[in-house]
Write a protein that binds this ligand. Structure first.
Ligand SMILES: *[C@@H]1O[C@H](CO)[C@@H](O)[C@H](O)[C@H]1NC(C)=O
Length: 419
């Protein structure tokens, strides 16, 4: 009997270790914490799939509850407060801007007589999960408001599966135009020359696209003065960039997960995933993807050797017919900001772009750094050799990572000096 229970314990422990363990690059610090987080997310994903299969709720909706309930559950369980939790002086209001729900953070100081900074934030989460109200985004935006004396507006744009592109983009652009109107800026005592747009991951995609659109819109008298993009998603035409290949199995954003987020956003059937994995969707036969457009995301030219390493471009001669016609979003700069022309980029605001070495999206960000610089825009490129996707949101207990805290500090100090 005792032998049996011992055997059972040993095999369960081994099974658990096997489930949790993922080989990670040496550069990643606190690897076990990352593995446990990833195992939690994988489990949540499987449970959410099971719930959908049983007919309870959409997988993405259940997954959303799991992801943003995690910290809350742990904190309640251990009944401790996060060190970076509520900032007492910041006034928080949940209101709407042009019909779009937003959460506004007003700093304790100022308002009477002297003007403050403004910042609009779009959270990440693959256009499918994430919220302004709970977890890391709420903490970070409170911090920005308090430490930088900034009025922060965090936008609760609509998500998949309720909507697809272009709805999230249109929500963001509507909120941005409302925010930049002289009346609203005056109401919050914001200096019109010091308004930023920022976002991480899918939110970085929205921030880049919104910054471009506002920059070329002659009807806007106030424009964003800076943009801060945290490991942004910027293109969907090449899923074989060196970073997509190098980091395809690095948590928490796997290559197939990122492609799945894109397919959901652009309303493409998930059964087409294999075609996207081999770049069939951007095959040379598609004449609408002109050489000029291709050059805008040609990593063989836009990346330095340090990042290209020995990777070779994956260019398919012939893919399936009519792909780009069926999915116009793939060539739409509002979804794929890296495709914007130099004349648009030249008008864009000064930029801070954060990239992580161990992130499938590294090259999206690095290519945008280069293209903005080529267009004459001043860019600060902040690259974290020990960074991984999502670290910017993993800064408070129990999910704190040193690299995340460093990245958050880098973002705050750039804004302090440039906004
Ligand atoms: C890519 O397209 C080619 C040509 O249509 C087709 O033969 C091939 O099976 C496709 N690859 C995948 C993985 O779907």
């Amino acid at each position: 009997m005792r032998l049996l229970s011992l055997l059972l314990t040993v095999s369960l422990t081994l099974a658990l270790a096997y489930y949790i363990y993922i080989p990670l690059p040496d550069a990643i610090q606190q690897p076990w914490k990352l593995m446990i987080l990833d195992a939690y997310l994988r489990t949540a994903f499987h449970v959410a799939s099971l719930k959908q299969w049983l007919g309870f709720d959409h997988q993405t909706r259940s997954f959303r509850q799991f992801t943003f309930g995690f910290e809350g559950i742990l904190k309640e369980f251990l009944s401790t407060e996060s060190s970076a939790g509520a900032v007492p002086g910041v006034k928080v209001s949940d209101i709407s801007f042009a019909g779009i729900p937003v959460r506004v953070y007003e700093p304790p100081a100022g308002g009477e007589g002297h003007l403050r900074r403004g910042l609009m934030y779009f959270h990440g989460g693959g256009w499918a999960v994430g919220t302004t109200k709970k977890g890391p985004y709420d903490i970070t935006n409170r911090m920005v408001s308090d430490e930088l004396n900034t009025v922060v507006v965090s936008v609760e744009y609509r998500l998949y599966p309720d909507v697809h592109f272009p709805v999230p983009y249109l929500d963001c652009i509507a909120a941005a135009k409302h925010f930049l109107s002289p009346e609203v800026l005056a109401k919050y005592s914001i200096d019109p020359d010091r308004v930023a747009v920022a976002g991480d991951s899918a939110g970085g995609n929205l921030a880049a696209a919104v910054a471009q659109e506002i920059s070329v819109d002659d009807s806007m008298s106030v424009k964003f003065s800076v943009q801060a993009l945290i490991y942004p998603v910027l293109q969907a035409l090449d899923f074989n960039t060196p970073s997509y290949l190098q980091n395809q199995y690095i948590p928490v954003l796997y290559r197939t997960s990122m492609i799945q987020f894109w397919l959901q956003y652009l309303n493409i059937d998930l059964s087409l995933m294999p075609e996207f994995l081999v770049n069939n969707h951007s095959a040379l036969q598609h004449s609408s993807l002109t050489p000029e457009l291709r050059s805008r995301l040609d990593w063989n030219v836009l990346l330095t050797q340090k990042y290209k390493k020995n990777y070779k471009p994956v260019i398919v001669e012939k893919g399936s017919e009519g792909f780009l016609k069926r999915v116009p979003g793939l060539l739409d700069v509002r979804a794929v900001p890296l495709l914007a022309g130099p004349e648009v980029l030249a008008k864009c605001p000064r930029a801070y772009i954060l990239t992580c070495e161990h992130d499938v999206l590294r090259d999206d960000g690095l290519m945008y750094v280069r293209r903005l610089q080529d267009a004459g825009v001043a860019v600060t490129s902040d690259h974290y050799e020990d960074g991984f996707h999502g670290c910017f949101s993993l800064t408070s207990w129990p999910l704190e990572f040193d690299v995340g805290k460093k990245a958050l500090r880098g973002y705050l100090s750039w804004l302090q000096n440039n906004l």
